[in-house]
Design a protein around this ligand. Structure first.
Ligand code: ZN
Length: 123
Protein backbone atom coordinates (compact mmCIF):
# COMPACT_ATOMS: atom_id res chain seq x y z
CA UNK A 1 0.00 0.00 0.00
CA UNK A 2 3.06 2.24 -0.09
CA UNK A 3 2.41 4.47 -3.09
CA UNK A 4 5.18 6.26 -4.95
CA UNK A 5 4.70 8.84 -7.69
CA UNK A 6 7.49 9.97 -10.01
CA UNK A 7 7.36 13.73 -10.04
CA UNK A 8 9.25 16.88 -10.93
CA UNK A 9 9.35 19.73 -8.43
CA UNK A 10 10.36 23.30 -9.23
CA UNK A 11 12.72 24.80 -6.69
CA UNK A 12 12.30 28.48 -5.80
CA UNK A 13 15.43 29.15 -7.95
CA UNK A 14 13.68 27.67 -10.98
CA UNK A 15 15.68 24.45 -11.07
CA UNK A 16 13.62 21.36 -11.88
CA UNK A 17 14.25 18.38 -9.62
CA UNK A 18 13.12 14.81 -10.25
CA UNK A 19 11.72 13.33 -7.10
CA UNK A 20 9.95 10.17 -5.94
CA UNK A 21 6.91 11.43 -4.08
CA UNK A 22 5.29 9.15 -1.57
CA UNK A 23 1.51 9.42 -1.22
CA UNK A 24 1.55 6.94 1.61
CA UNK A 25 4.07 4.88 3.53
CA UNK A 26 3.07 1.70 5.32
CA UNK A 27 5.50 0.74 8.07
CA UNK A 28 4.26 -2.84 8.30
CA UNK A 29 4.62 -3.44 4.55
CA UNK A 30 7.83 -1.44 4.08
CA UNK A 31 9.66 -1.35 7.43
CA UNK A 32 12.83 -0.22 5.61
CA UNK A 33 11.15 3.17 5.16
CA UNK A 34 11.20 3.80 8.91
CA UNK A 35 14.78 5.13 8.72
CA UNK A 36 13.83 7.29 5.77
CA UNK A 37 11.05 8.84 7.85
CA UNK A 38 13.37 9.29 10.86
CA UNK A 39 15.92 11.02 8.64
CA UNK A 40 13.24 13.31 7.19
CA UNK A 41 13.86 11.94 3.71
CA UNK A 42 10.33 11.20 2.60
CA UNK A 43 9.16 13.82 0.08
CA UNK A 44 12.29 15.83 0.76
CA UNK A 45 14.45 17.41 -1.91
CA UNK A 46 17.88 19.00 -2.06
CA UNK A 47 18.61 21.45 -4.89
CA UNK A 48 22.13 21.04 -6.27
CA UNK A 49 21.89 24.38 -8.06
CA UNK A 50 21.08 26.72 -5.15
CA UNK A 51 21.62 24.42 -2.16
CA UNK A 52 18.07 24.74 -0.90
CA UNK A 53 16.76 21.79 1.07
CA UNK A 54 13.03 21.42 1.37
CA UNK A 55 11.66 19.04 3.93
CA UNK A 56 8.27 17.60 3.32
CA UNK A 57 7.36 19.35 0.09
CA UNK A 58 4.32 17.11 -0.46
CA UNK A 59 1.86 15.54 2.03
CA UNK A 60 2.01 11.81 2.77
CA UNK A 61 -0.03 9.36 4.76
CA UNK A 62 1.90 7.48 7.46
CA UNK A 63 0.36 4.13 8.32
CA UNK A 64 1.57 1.85 11.09
CA UNK A 65 -1.04 -0.75 11.96
CA UNK A 66 -4.00 1.10 13.41
CA UNK A 67 -2.11 4.39 13.61
CA UNK A 68 -2.80 6.66 10.64
CA UNK A 69 -1.20 10.09 10.39
CA UNK A 70 -1.54 12.55 7.54
CA UNK A 71 1.69 14.55 7.33
CA UNK A 72 1.44 17.95 5.71
CA UNK A 73 4.22 20.42 4.88
CA UNK A 74 4.91 22.86 7.69
CA UNK A 75 3.90 25.78 5.45
CA UNK A 76 0.31 24.49 5.30
CA UNK A 77 -0.13 24.71 9.08
CA UNK A 78 -2.61 27.60 8.78
CA UNK A 79 -5.02 25.14 7.15
CA UNK A 80 -5.04 22.78 10.13
CA UNK A 81 -8.68 23.17 11.21
CA UNK A 82 -9.80 22.88 7.57
CA UNK A 83 -7.73 19.67 7.21
CA UNK A 84 -9.32 18.24 10.37
CA UNK A 85 -12.79 19.00 9.00
CA UNK A 86 -12.00 17.43 5.62
CA UNK A 87 -10.70 14.25 7.23
CA UNK A 88 -13.74 14.00 9.51
CA UNK A 89 -16.23 14.22 6.63
CA UNK A 90 -14.30 12.56 3.77
CA UNK A 91 -15.88 9.32 2.57
CA UNK A 92 -12.34 8.18 1.64
CA UNK A 93 -11.95 7.06 5.23
CA UNK A 94 -15.35 5.42 5.74
CA UNK A 95 -13.70 2.00 5.54
CA UNK A 96 -11.52 2.88 8.53
CA UNK A 97 -14.66 3.52 10.56
CA UNK A 98 -15.95 0.08 9.68
CA UNK A 99 -12.61 -1.41 10.78
CA UNK A 100 -12.72 0.48 14.07
CA UNK A 101 -9.59 2.46 13.19
CA UNK A 102 -9.31 6.16 13.99
CA UNK A 103 -9.28 8.49 10.99
CA UNK A 104 -5.84 9.95 10.18
CA UNK A 105 -4.61 12.65 12.46
CA UNK A 106 -3.17 15.66 10.60
CA UNK A 107 0.31 16.86 11.60
CA UNK A 108 2.41 19.64 10.09
CA UNK A 109 6.11 19.15 9.53
CA UNK A 110 8.40 16.34 10.63
CA UNK A 111 8.74 17.80 14.14
CA UNK A 112 5.05 17.31 14.83
CA UNK A 113 5.09 13.84 13.26
CA UNK A 114 7.91 12.77 15.58
CA UNK A 115 6.02 14.19 18.60
CA UNK A 116 2.99 12.15 17.63
CA UNK A 117 5.03 8.97 17.17
CA UNK A 118 6.82 9.52 20.46
CA UNK A 119 3.50 9.93 22.26
CA UNK A 120 2.56 6.54 20.89
CA UNK A 121 5.89 4.91 21.67
CA UNK A 122 6.61 4.32 17.99
CA UNK A 123 9.98 6.02 17.69
ZN1 ZN B 1 17.22 25.66 -6.12
Amino acid sequence: MTQILQSTIECSCGNLIDLDLYNSVNMRVNPELRDKVKNRKINNYYCEKCGEENELSHPFLYVDGSQWILCFPEKLRSGKSEAEKQIAKSSDYDYLDTMGINRPKPVFGYGELFEELKNNGKI
